[in-house]
Ligand binder design. Structure first.
Ligand code: AMP
Length: 306
């Protein structure tokens, strides 16, 4: 089943307590595509890169079967650059630099061959651009969207308009609270779903994720990663694993959504083990399914006599 991924393709500078990289491949569309490539064969990426984007990075994406017809190459400038620094508490990060570069002029044009996508991933970009994508696709089965505080604070009206066309929103706990002005996450979830999305996932960093779908709430654990090096891209990788699984199975039942949330968590748990997307380059099927099993064991609750 085809998956359309729209988002940023970037170079990142990253500093964590464990080391530093001045320039490494990044961007929301990159992480979503790499993570989903382990499950689905038809991934169509729409984004923009500049004149400095390396052939090696193009080859990496192609080697993962990611179609790049929709990747615009704008020779008039450089690729989007983002620089972040993580603290000892890896949930805390400071953005040190954001250079929009060619991203400033980005107009997401969806090639005709991508318009029948069954699944659509709207990575974290300006909400009005996300909405433009929705106007160009033909009746997808599932539209999944990510956003961030920057847009919740900066363009709340455009964001709320875009949300009306979204089936599943994936955000973190602080974003859910800020979007709804509501401290209680369960009530915040209700309020988000009243804005448009049928279903909602609230990510809680190293404390797992909550899925709200139909009348159900599902709480997924987080994997206790020992070798955590760099959390960059974990949220996008979660979305890639989730959508990869859903497009591979083509099953949107509540039970399969639970599996998808855990598969998202599996892929995110790998992502943080190395800098940038390095760990997502050479995973094996065995590693992925093995970790899925470990996730299941993590949260088995023994019965009691009552
Ligand atoms: P995550 O850690 O999942 O929140 O995503 C990190 C990725 O988001 C990095 O690779 C950055 O290149 C990308 N990124 C950071 N800021 C922005 C932004 N304003 N718009 C689009 N992508 C961004």
């Amino acid at each position: 089943m085809s998956l359309l991924v729209v988002g940023s393709v970037a170079y990142d500078g990253i500093e964590t307590p464990f080391g530093k990289k001045d320039r490494i491949l990044g961007g929301s569309a990159t992480y979503i595509s790499l993570a989903s490539s382990y499950f689905t064969e038809e991934i169509n990426l729409v984004g923009v890169v500049g004149k400095d984007f390396s052939d090696d990075d193009i080859e990496l994406l192609k080697s993962k079967n990611i179609d790049l017809e929709g990747l615009q190459v704008d020779k008039s400038g450089n690729t989007f650059f983002w620089k972040g620094k993580y603290h000892h508490d890896l949930n805390m990060r400071d953005t040190l630099d954001t250079q929009l570069n060619v991203f400033e002029r980005f107009d997401p044009v969806i090639p005709d061959s991508y318009k029948d996508a069954r699944f659509v991933a709207l990575g974290n970009i300006e909400p009005s651009l996300q909405e433009k994508v929705l106007h160009q696709v033909n009746d997808p089965a599932l539209v999944v969207m990510d956003t961030m505080n920057f847009w919740i604070e900066g363009t709340p009206d455009a964001l709320k308009k875009t949300l009306k066309g979204v089936d599943l929103l994936v955000i973190n706990d602080s974003e859910a609270r800020e979007l709804t002005d509501e401290p209680n996450l369960i009530i915040a979830a209700q309020k988000v779903r009243e804005m448009g999305p049928d279903s909602l996932i609230i990510k809680k960093g190293e404390h797992g994720a909550l899925l709200f779908t139909g009348d159900e709430i599902f709480s997924a654990p987080a994997y206790p990663v020992i070798d955590i090096f760099d959390p960059t891209g974990a949220g996008d990788t979660f979305m890639g694993g989730l959508l990869g699984w859903l497009s591979y199975t083509d099953d949107l039942s509540a039970e399969n959504m639970r599996r998808a949330v855990v598969m998202g968590s599996v892929m995110a748990s790998f992502c943080v083990e190395e800098f940038g997307p390095d760990r997502l380059k050479n995973l094996t099927e065995e590693e992925i399914y093995d970790r899925y099993k470990q996730f299941r064991h993590l949260s088995v609750i023994p019965e009691i006599d009552s």
